[in-house]
Write a protein of this length. Structure first.
Length: 223
């Protein structure tokens, strides 16, 4: 008896995501070439195009990782890292799009702060959160990290309107909470946090609207 296509859907979905990512990579290369043309990069249309391409790439990466986790095809590679290096890598990836949108990104982190983590996962996670903050903030995002008890806290704050109440109430699954916002990034963050453990403690995510700007505040605690 042949296997139902529905039974193969997760595998088909993963293969499709890979294919879409390849096409998107080509599109992003073309966008980079367009940015070199006089005056193009300064137009609002180009800024929106570049932002949406970056956002799509981030979402596809999250879906692939979640698929691999759900299929037991993925496990984190934990090592010790200087936290400032992780944050600097995120800024390097974000600064072009943020500059085009006129959004300031500030980093606050001590040079002697270290943590054990999968740096690639944390990089993907933080980029996703900053992409979301860029979409909803006014002009300012602060990316910081500090020691919090026996955990290292990664924090993203912005000066926007804050998270919807339904997201703050439940991070256990993606939910629709407005046009174009599924909650995927926060669900991904909570999943990745759970993969980081030390003894009986696991990483955790907390969100609220108590940033220094009275906007959204995202916190990731890694033990």
């Amino acid at each position: 008896m042949s296997t139902s296509p529905i039974n193969n859907f997760p595998t088909i979905l993963a293969a499709s995501i890979h294919d879409i990512k390849n096409s998107l990579s080509t599109a992003r290369e073309l966008i980079a070439q367009l940015a070199k043309l006089d005056g193009v990069a300064e137009t609002p249309e180009f800024r929106q195009l570049e932002f949406e391409a970056t956002r799509m790439n981030s979402s596809l990466m999250q879906l692939l990782i979640l698929y691999k986790i759900d299929s037991s095809l993925f496990s984190p590679v934990i090592d010790e890292y200087q936290v400032k290096d992780i944050l600097d890598d995120v800024v390097a990836q974000q600064k072009g799009v943020l500059a085009l949108g006129g959004i300031g990104l500030t980093v606050e982190c001590a040079d002697d702060l270290y943590c054990y983590c999968d740096s690639g996962l944390i990089n993907t996670l933080l980029n996703s959160i900053i992409n979301n903050a860029q979409r909803y903030c006014r002009k300012t995002i602060v990316l910081s990290a500090y020691q919090s008890g026996d955990s290292v806290c990664f924090q993203v704050e912005d000066d926007g309107e804050g998270y919807p109440a339904e997201l703050i109430a439940d991070l256990s699954h993606p939910v629709a909470n407005g046009p174009g916002n599924t909650g995927l990034g926060l669900f991904f963050a909570a999943t990745i946090a759970e993969l980081h453990g030390n003894g009986t403690k696991n990483g955790r995510v907390r969100i609220d609207n108590e940033s220094r700007f009275k906007g959204a505040r995202f916190r990731l605690f890694l033990p």
